[in-house]
Write a protein that binds this ligand. Sequence first.
Ligand code: NAP
Length: 225
Amino acid sequence: MLIAGATSASGEAVARELVGAGATVLAVGTRPEALSALAEAVPGVDTRVCDLADRSAVAELAMRIHLKFGNIDGLVHLVGGWRGGGGIAGQTDEDWDFLDRSFATLRNTSRIFYDDLVASPAGRLAVVSSTAVERPYAGGANYAAAKAAADAWTRAIAQGFGKEAPNAAAAIFVVKSLSGLESALAARVVALWSEAPSTINGVRELLTAPAGGENAPSDPARIER
Ligand SMILES: NC(=O)c1ccc[n+]([C@@H]2O[C@H](COP(=O)([O-])OP(=O)(O)OC[C@H]3O[C@@H](n4cnc5c(N)ncnc54)[C@H](OP(=O)(O)O)[C@@H]3O)[C@@H](O)[C@H]2O)c1
């Protein structure tokens, strides 16, 4: 399993849950020191430094992964980042460039590892979207537009899987804020492998705080297909 952008709290939670489920986990980020801290916090995680916004760097990463491990079965994309403020007139090109780079990490990783997921007996792609896609604010227009692009990109992948890879699925988890939902996200990501692809492929699932405590699985509300 490849975690793209693995050094946030959500990345650590997902890495821990995947390792606990017996997966081989490759965690990717740009800061070596943050990856070392992750490897220390979650023993068993293999880390790789790579700027995932750089397509040729991702191609080289894929080559190395394929040489050492073979194809991947899962891509959990967690590169995010928020920029906003200033109403519509205050949406800056600098902020847009930052958000576009974040989107590029999804395009690059999913394009380069798409064939792995199609060939896998149970390929899974998971991304985290935002409620801002349905309810954008003027001050977060850049952010909402970038997340909408990532959302549409992932649903396009789901359509591709539906056509050519009935065993694969692309799932979109939707949150307002991830804070406090890291464990719920991690549990849902691992559960994707025990769910029928047809029930999760292209589904946008609102992730809410679990009723039964932090580590209990959430009660997902499927909000759109
Ligand atoms: N946080 C929230 O409240 C919230 C709300 C709605 C949606 N989401 C979405 O949920 C997902 C996870 O959010 P998050 O806040 O946990 O993520 P995040 O902290 O924004 O990003 C996760 C990791 O991505 C890595 N990263 C950034 N640029 C990279 C690049 N070019 N190449 C490789 N790695 C890169 C960063 O590590 P390095 O600096 O070490 O590279 C960072 O630790 C994102 O898609 C986000 O948009 C989050």
